[in-house]
Write a protein that binds this ligand. Structure first.
Ligand SMILES: [Zn+2]
Length: 511
């Protein structure tokens, strides 16, 4: 997790980089704010990390975790069977951003990177005519954003929307150069209209810290101020949301924005108003048999964690509601496609907690996807399986741009020119110990086609899982309780054959 912004980032952020050092594209855009031409719509991708579709009331979860979303989806296309590219941040995010599966982009490992061709083959590189801006709270996602930053106009440094980061950044980056530090301080704390660069968020942060100290924020978060893991690098979602909402009204249009927020990723620290909302609601999750990949958590422990996670979703949902209102008020919604999704899910069943897990059950790989299209006033529900890799081609298509040959996803319904391919198979791939250029041998893969989903596991010797296959009818049995592998033998055989043929094909160049 050593992804602190480097000095150059900070100088860039402080608006101190000489004009000649900036990308020509950025310069050109800075010089004039043009109004939108026909077909030049904005795209805004919002990712809430580790957000399982299983836990979203709009998808049928019994707890009302997403009241804001429930109110807003009447104007959205809602995808019910949308799958992540992987089951944790690195492969999931890389698939979303490159429009390719993990065995193609090769970002398999925690905090891994994509192979060279995808440094310039991603959602930023293809939206050439858009002003491209990105931010994430998640350091592993940030590793990928830094890799792709050559194709961006603006990568907001990840620590810049954290609470206590300001002094830390100044101190770390400028400890040998006090003069520049004082210059940047002055420049960044004076907001002016044409101050285009990063001055605004630093001012915002400065104001926040001046007006409310951390101690006073603490009482609003009884489980702790939201943070990245145990590092206690704190953030408050509404600050990030407010800053971004404001920034979007100031950057040139059309823009393509990618914003990846940490909640509801653990630690689950919801705000005061959502504490114990579900604590005594009587909801009893279904008890499922312990899996071969169990981490030995008891059902009671899992139920407690689930409750805290669900209460953290309320916080994320509330912030999404506020961001949506902000976009509406600013008028941006009229010409902006808003894509709401996640990088992977989370699970609390079968003795397993979270998403650092080799199992590939629905809660950890099925994620929300909702597309808010400019001007749409009705809801449409799509049940055909879709994948994170479809977002890149679909957003290019709806904004009238060409889809590159290397993109592996599809333009999805209702935006595809032809009707959706009901026979399409969607893969999710985990191979978290595989070196970037090695064949996948220790692997978890699912293939979902229509109502069937096959799980394939290989190479987990420590669990005596040399090769294991499961088959579920996820339409009739969404909880994956009845393994059909020995009942629907033909289906299992066909899907397994297809999956293994594909695995051989993707492994060939690396053997
Ligand atoms: Zn994640």
């Amino acid at each position: 997790m050593n992804n602190k912004p480097n000095r150059r980032d900070f100088i860039k952020l402080a608006g101190l980089i000489p004009a000649s050092a900036m990308a020509p594209h950025a310069l050109q855009r800075l010089s004039s704010r043009t109004s939108l031409q026909d077909g030049e719509q904005n795209v805004l991708i919002l990712v809430f990390d580790a957000w399982s579709a299983y836990h979203v009331s709009t998808y049928g979860y019994q707890r009302e975790t997403t009241p804001n979303l429930a109110r807003l989806v009447d104007q959205a296309v809602v995808y019910h069977n949308h799958y992540a590219g992987g089951n944790f941040t690195t492969p999931g995010t890389a698939s979303l951003l490159t429009g390719t599966l993990p065995w193609t982009h090769r970002a398999f490992q925690p905090n891994g990177t994509v192979i060279e061709p995808y440094v310039t083959r991603n959602i930023f590189s293809v939206f050439k005519n858009h002003y491209r801006i990105a931010y994430t709270h998640n350091p592993w996602a940030n590793t990928l954003l830094e890799q792709f930053s050559g194709g961006m106009d603006e990568l907001v440094p990840w620590l810049s929307l954290f609470l206590e980061s300001y002094d830390e950044i100044i101190h770390t980056l400028f400890k040998d150069d006090d003069d520049i530090a004082s210059v940047s301080w002055t420049r960044n704390t004076s907001i002016n209209e044409e101050g285009f660069a990063y001055s605004l968020f630093l001012s915002h942060l400065y104001e926040t810290l001046r007006e409310q100290n951390i101690a006073s924020i603490r009482k609003d978060y009884p489980r702790g101020i939201p943070a990245i893991g145990r590092a206690e690098t704190n953030f408050i979602l509404d600050q990030a949301v407010n800053w971004i909402g404001d920034r979007l009204t100031k950057i040139p249009q059309p823009f393509m924005g990618y914003f990846h927020f940490l909640p509801p990723h653990g630690p689950y620290r919801t705000s005061l108003e959502f504490i114990n909302v579900f604590g005594n609601d009587g909801y009893k999750p279904i008890t499922k048999p312990e899996d071969v990949f169990t981490q030995k958590f008891s059902q009671a422990e899992l139920n407690n964690k689930r409750t805290e996670y669900d209460e953290f979703i309320l916080y994320a949902d509330n912030e999404f509601g506020m961001m949506f209102e902000q976009l509406k008020t600013s008028g941006l919604l009229e010409n902006t496609w808003v894509v709401l999704t996640s990088d992977h899910g989370e699970m609390f069943e079968r003795g397993i907690d979270g998403h650092s897990v080799d199992a590939m059950y629905e809660p950890v790989i099925r994620i929300p996807l909702m597309i808010f299209e400019p001007g749409r006033t009705t809801r449409e529900d799509i049940h055909t399986p879709t994948s994170a890799i479809d977002i890149l081609p679909t957003m290019l298509h709806v904004t009238g741009q060409e889809i590159p040959a290397w993109a592996e996803g599809k333009v999805i319904a209702p935006y595809a020119d032809s009707s959706a391919d009901v026979n399409r198979g969607v893969y999710t791939v985990r191979s978290n110990k595989t070196e970037q250029l090695a064949p996948l041998e220790r692997v978890s893969i699912t293939l979902t086609r229509g109502k069937y989903k096959i799980h394939y596991y290989a190479g987990y010797e420590e669990r005596n899982v040399f090769e294991m296959v499961k088959l579920y009818d996820v339409e009739a049995d969404p909880e994956e309780l009845v393994d059909l592998v020995d009942i629907e033998r033909d289906v299992a055989g066909t899907l397994l054959n297809e999956l293994k043929t594909k695995l051989d094909e993707v492994n060939r160049p690396y053997l």
